[in-house]
Design a binder for this molecule. Structure first.
Ligand code: IVH
Length: 694
């Protein structure tokens, strides 16, 4: 239509003005103390922008604030590789340990007095954001430090994350760079979120950190957009620039200043300290006033200020030598222990759990605590009805420290371990077992058909690192078991739509989704299946090593001797014995056969590549970039390792081969610039002489 142009021109003008206005309010919302407009007014601006963009979709730009509202839900998060490892920090808990850290640093630098920056250690979730040409291109979680989840869409919903940068005066802001920081939720918003959840009868989050992690894990960014998340940044990396490039900050204090100038919100309250005594004073001061902050901190981070000195000190494989965290002492609270429940684990271990009158402990409501085992209960003379002191330190589940003896009334009841399993009535037997070098007493239910054990086995089977069947939650497991439809993991794969529809909260859509998730899980690699089987002592890493060592063949693993198993990296005598006895058990045979018949790739050995020529890549270092067609990344890396080769972490002269898949990243250019040998996926396949087995 002829009059569309003026219409469009006017729309463009309004769109641009709305974007400017919304960006302004995004900036005020977090940085400044008070937002200038109400949330409703902000929503109205956003709605108007969305309406105009819907009418003129070609005017939508990637950096429009409308893009924060969140796009389509994802089925899973793609995995991304961090260009620079995301390390963690070594912890200290006392003044003495801080003095030791300073001594080590001073020795390493040959310096007397070191300048440090002390920053708040915000208790949230670490993320990394990559910018190119001043635009946010990717955001990810820390993951295992090397690979994280790509949660770009979720991070974009956080209003304090700049989508574009407008600081041309900062020379590297238009080059590729990466910023790292901590996503968190402030206490007030956390309380509000929990109130809303309470009235919707949704489960409550235990603390702001869990609420943050849960919000970032949502696959639908429109839901994340409704969670009041915020982000503080603390570091900036420019892997493409020489470390002494004149455009780069020379100190951590300068980095924080620069981040702020570029529009990134840095953690408030940081301080430059000359010498360790000033650091200690600063830490003790924050310990006293931590409650005055609007968000939770679990300590402070102490960083050597000078970047040259940071490089001089370097890092270990886990953490930098130039930084350390000072963790606040664990917080304690007292409450009444109202009962002791017994929890049956997936291997039949019975663990006593203290049921407490709910009490607040550093921001979380605690109603359960671990009691480890009967010996511990005896040693601490813990009785039902006692007033107890509980403590929470770092990540660990709260534990009962001791009884307040002066509060005893005489009404308290001593606890004795029953001789029968609380779930199935089966016999409980006390087993002495070695754990971490000392003997401990574990009680175990001997009935292999114990429903509580099976419930945990199924939960474990469905977990993310195992078969990754998110739809199979505890409630569904209980229903499936109650209807006797599922007695072991293999039974899951014979479920049909008509078995599911009569179940509670199971409409056709959720039933189909669940069946689809089961179908998808069939292609999980053997390493995931090994882990999923829940063999005692076998964790994710051991499962991966076992799959590699036994050439991705379940048959080889099944028949391996204890000696052979002990040759696998990380597999000791106890684990090897447990694997042998697992595969000897009659019931295991039946389950594995059923899994194979159900068509699980891992159980069939199908689709799994096997390489010939042990040790042929010995000493060679490989790096992969881009997506591979034939292998998954972990299969390819596994092959290299099984042939004696190694996987590099970043492009450099020490890399022998760079294997390039589709859409390779910047690694390819770097590799070309360094003149490294580049292989296509086909070349790599020929090199490892892959044959298919089935
Ligand atoms: S620096 C190379 N600074 O603490 C070290 N970390 O275990 C990079 N954290 O994963 C971390 N506030 O999630 C640093 N001001 C701060 C921090 C901070 C919180 C978290 C971060 C990291 C963990 C260290």
């Amino acid at each position: 239509m002829s009059d569309e142009n003026p219409d469009r021109a006017m729309a463009l003008e309004e769109i641009e003005s709305l974007r400017r206005e919304i960006r302004h309010h995004d900036r005020c919302y977090y940085g400044a103390a008070e937002p200038e407009i109400s949330d409703q007014e902000y929503d109205r601006l956003m709605e108007r922008l969305l309406a105009l963009e819907a009418r003129f979709p070609d005017l939508i730009t990637a950096d429009s604030p409308s893009q924060r509202v969140g796009g389509e839900p994802l089925s899973s998060f793609p995995v991304v590789e961090h260009k620079v490892l995301m390390l963690s920090l070594a912890n200290t808990y006392s003044k003495e340990e801080l003095l030791e850290f300073d001594k080590r640093a001073a020795k390493g630098l040959g310096a007397d007095e070191i300048r440090y920056v002390v920053e708040l250690k915000v208790d949230g979730v670490a993320v990394s954001l990559c910018y190119e040409n001043g635009r946010l291109v990717q955001g990810s979680t820390r993951g295992d430090g090397l690979h994280g989840d790509d949660i770009t869409a979720n991070l974009k919903t956080i209003r304090s994350v700049p989508l574009t940068l407008s600081s041309p005066e900062i020379p590297f802001s238009m080059l590729p760079f990466e910023v790292r920081g901590e996503v968190f939720m402030n206490r007030e918003n956390f309380e509000k979120l929990n109130k809303v959840r309470e009235s919707a009868e949704e489960p409550l989050f235990a603390n702001p950190r869990n609420a943050t992690a849960g919000s970032l894990k949502l696959l639908d960014p429109r839901l994340t957009a409704r969670r009041p998340l915020d982000l503080f940044f603390y570091s900036c990396l420019t892997p493409d620039l020489a470390p002494d490039h004149p455009a780069l900050p020379r100190t951590q204090a300068e980095t924080l200043g620069l981040l702020k100038k570029m529009g990134f919100q840095v953690t408030p309250g940081w301080k430059l300290c000359s010498g360790i005594q000033a650091v200690i004073d600063c830490c003790l001061e924050w310990e006293k006033k931590r409650e005055s902050l609007a968000f939770d901190i679990d300590g402070l981070v102490i960083k050597v200020d000078s970047c040259i000195q940071q490089r001089q000190l370097g890092e270990t494989s886990k953490s930098p030598r130039w930084a350390i965290s000072y963790k606040f002492p664990a917080k304690q609270a007292t409450t009444r222990l109202s009962a002791i429940h017994l929890q049956v684990g997936r291997t039949g271990t019975i663990t006593p759990v203290a049921i407490l009158e709910p009490v607040n402990l550093s921001g979380s409501t605690i109603s359960r605590a671990t009691l480890h085992n009967e010996d511990e209960i005896r040693r601490k003379d813990i009785r039902v009805g006692d007033r107890v002191i509980i403590e929470k330190g770092g990540e660990v589940i709260p534990k009962v420290i001791k009884v307040v003896l002066s509060a005893r009334t005489g009404e308290e009841k001593q606890f004795t371990m029953p001789s029968d399993c609380p779930s199935c009535g089966g016999r409980i037997i006390r087993e002495e077992e070695e754990e971490g070098g000392s003997l401990s007493a574990a009680y175990r239910c001997q009935n292999l058909d114990c429903p509580a054990q099976m419930e945990r086995i199924l939960q474990h089977f469905a977990s993310r690192s195992a078969m990754d069947i998110e739809e199979l939650g505890p409630a569904l497991i209980r229903q499936l078991m109650a209807g006797a439809k599922v007695k072991n993991p293999a039974d899951l794969y014979s479920l049909r739509l008509e078995d599911l529809l009569p179940l509670e909260r199971m409409a056709e859509k959720s039933a189909t989704n669940f069946l689809r998730a089961l179908e998808k899980s069939k292609s999980r690699p053997l390493s995931a299946l090994i882990f999923a089987l829940g063999i005692r002592h076998v964790g994710v890493v051991a499962a991966e090593n076992l799959a590699i060592h036994f050439h991705h063949s379940l048959d080889e693993l099944k028949t391996a001797s204890q000696e052979e198993l002990q040759r696998v990296p990380g597999v000791g005598e106890i684990m090897a014995r447990s694997i042998v006895s697992f595969f000897q058990a009659e019931r295991t045979h039946a389950i594995l056969e059923n899994l194979r018949q159900a068509g699980l790739a891992g159980a069939k050995g199908e689709g799994v590549a096997r390489a010939r020529g042990e040790g042929k890549l010995s000493g060679q270092r490989f790096i992969f970039t881009g997506s591979l067609q034939y292998f998954t990344r972990s299969q390819a890396e596994g092959l290299v390792k099984s042939l004696g080769g190694r996987i590099g972490t970043s492009i450099g002269k020490s890399i022998d081969y760079v294997v390039v898949g589709e859409d390779p990243g910047s690694k390819l250019q770097k590799a070309q610039a360094l003149g490294l040998t580049i292989l296509k996926e086909d070349d790599f396949r020929r090199m490892v002489e892959v044959v298919h087995i089935s």
